[in-house]
Design a protein around this ligand. Structure first.
Ligand code: ZN
Length: 400
C-alpha cells in the first residue's frame, strides 16, 4: 500500500512490533455466536479494552483467500499484484526456500507403459516411497543443462522442484495429459519468453524417466503449475524493520521467507514459538508469530475445538505481553468459520495495541465488538502494516 510514497516516509527508530496471527480466527455466527464470542478469553478481553479494534478484508470484499494471499495482505503486500503460483505454493508448503527469480513446479510421480501414461499418480505411492524416489533423483541428476535445482518430496506421490535460474520465466502449459491411455504431454511455452523453461522442464522429465526406468509403479513424472516467485520487495527494504517469522508449519515459514523475514527452524509448539520470541526479541524490530490450530479446528467443522484453540491462544498472551513491545497486533489471515469447514470471505477482527493507539469502546476481541465499537472500522488487510508503522513512529509526515 502507498508503495510510491512509502520510501520517502519511512524513518527508523528502535521500536518493536509483535504481530500475532491466529490462522482463520474469524468466524460467523452459529445460533447467534461465533467461536470468538463463545471463547473465554480474559487476556484478550483485557487487552481489547485498551486497544483499537476493527475488521479487515484480507484480499477484498467477497473474496475467500488462501493462506498465501491472506498473509501477503497482512504483511502489506498487494495479494492480487503479488500472486503466488501453484508451483511456488507447493515448494513453500514442502519447506523449500524460494528466492526471487526462481521457477517452481509441482510434480506427480506417474506410471508409463509402452509409451502411454497408465497411472497419473503412480498407484498413489506412500510418502515414504516418494522420499526414496526423490533421493534417488537427487543422487543421479546433478543439474539440468547446467541449471541447479532443488527437489523435495511432498505428500504421497507429489513433489516440488525449484530451478534456480532467473532466466526461466513462467507461462508454461502443464506437462500432464490429464487422462490415462495417452502419451506424455510435453511442457509447452505459452510465449517465446518461456521457451527455455518448457525445454528445461521437458529435460527434467526425461532425466527422471531415465533414472527411474527400473522402478514400478513410479517410473516417470508429470509436471504442473510452473510459476516464478512473485516480485516482492523484501520486508526490511520496504519498511526499514528487520523481521523474523516464527511459525511451526512449512507453508507459513515459507511465506515469511518469501518476503525476506528471518525464519528459525525446528519449532514444534506454541510454547517453543514463544520461547524463541523471548530469546530473540532484541534482535529484530518486527516479530510475526503464527498460530495454526484455530484454522485446523475451523476446517474440521469443530466449533468447540476452535473455541478451545482460541482459549489456548489467549492463555499464551501474557507471556508475550511481558516483553512490552511498542505495538502489538492480533488478527487472522482470513476467517475459517466452523459452520463452513472452509476459509471464507468474512472480515477478520484485528486488534492494535500501542501507547498512541485510541482506546475505543470494544471490550472483547470479537467480530461483534470490532464491528460495533472498533475505531479502525472496516479496512483492507494492507492498511494494518501502515497502522503498525504509524504507531511505531516510523512514518514521517506526508507533505509540507
Ligand atoms: Zn490461513
Amino acid at each position: 500500500m502507498f508503495d510510491e510514497i512509502l520510501p520517502d516516509l519511512i524513518q527508523k527508530n528502535d521500536t518493536k512490533a509483535v504481530f500475532l496471527v491466529a490462522d482463520g480466527v474469524g468466524g460467523t455466527t452459529v445460533n447467534g455466536r461465533t467461536e470468538l464470542d463463545a471463547a473465554k478469553t480474559p487476556n484478550l478481553d483485557a487487552l481489547a479494552s485498551k486497544s483499537s479494534l476493527g475488521l479487515h478484508y484480507p484480499v477484498g470484499y467477497g473474496l475467500t483467500p488462501g493462506s498465501g494471499p491472506g498473509h501477503l495482505g497482512l504483511f502489506g503486500y498487494d495479494p492480487i499484484k503479488c500472486q503466488i503460483g501453484r508451483g511456488i505454493l507447493e515448494a513453500l508448503g514442502s519447506g523449500m526456500t524460494v528466492r526471487r527469480g526462481d521457477l517452481a513446479v509441482r510434480g506427480n510421480f506417474a506410471t508409463i507403459e509402452n509409451g502411454l501414461i497408465t497411472d497419473r499418480r503412480a498407484g498413489r505411492i506412500p510418502t515414504e516411497k516418494c522420499i526414496e524416489l526423490v533421493a534417488e533423483i537427487r543422487e543421479n541428476i546433478a543439474d539440468i543443462d547446467g541449471i541447479e535445482f532443488d527437489i523435495k518430496a511432498a505428500r504421497d506421490y507429489r513433489f516440488a522442484v525449484v530451478f534456480h535460474d532467473a532466466s526461466l520465466k513462467d507461462g508454461v502449459d502443464d506437462a500432464d495429459p490429464q487422462q490415462t491411455g495417452l502419451p506424455p504431454l510435453p511442457a509447452k511455452a505459452k510465449h517465446p519468453d518461456s521457451e527455455k523453461s518448457a525445454a528445461i522442464i521437458n529435460r527434467f522429465i526425461d532425466e527422471v524417466t531415465r533414472v527411474l526406468a527400473d522402478e514400478r509403479p513410479a517410473n516417470t513424472c508429470l509436471m504442473r503449475g510452473a510459476a516464478n516467485s512473485p516480485d516482492i520487495s523484501p520486508f526490511e527494504e520496504k519498511y526499514g524493520m528487520s523481521a523474523q517469522g516464527i511459525a511451526v508449519y512449512p507453508m507459513y515459514k515459507g511465506l515469511a521467507k518469501l518476503v525476506g523475514m528471518e525464519v528459525p527452524d525446528g519449532l514444534q509448539t506454541l510454547e517453543e514459538e514463544i520461547e524463541r520470541l523471548h530469546a530473540t526479541f532484541a534482535d529484530f524490530d518486527f516479530h510475526f508469530l503464527h498460530f495454526k490450530y484455530t484454522d485446523s479446528a475451523g476446517e474440521d467443522g469443530d466449533f468447540d475445538r476452535k473455541v478451545a484453540m482460541i482459549e489456548k491462544f489467549d492463555a499464551a498472551l501474557p507471556s508475550i505481553l511481558e516483553l512490552e513491545p511498542d505495538v502489538v497486533v492480533i488478527t487472522g489471515d482470513h476467517s475459517t468459520p466452523s459452520s463452513l469447514k472452509l476459509h471464507s470471505w468474512h472480515p477478520v477482527p484485528v486488534l492494535l495495541h500501542g501507547k498512541f493507539a485510541f482506546e475505543d469502546d470494544a471490550k472483547r476481541f470479537t467480530e461483534r465488538d470490532a464491528a460495533n465499537f472498533g475505531i479502525l472500522g472496516h479496512i483492507p488487510a494492507q492498511a494494518i502494516m501502515m497502522n503498525i508503522l504509524a504507531n511505531c513512529g516510523r512514518l514521517a509526515k506526508f507533505g509540507a
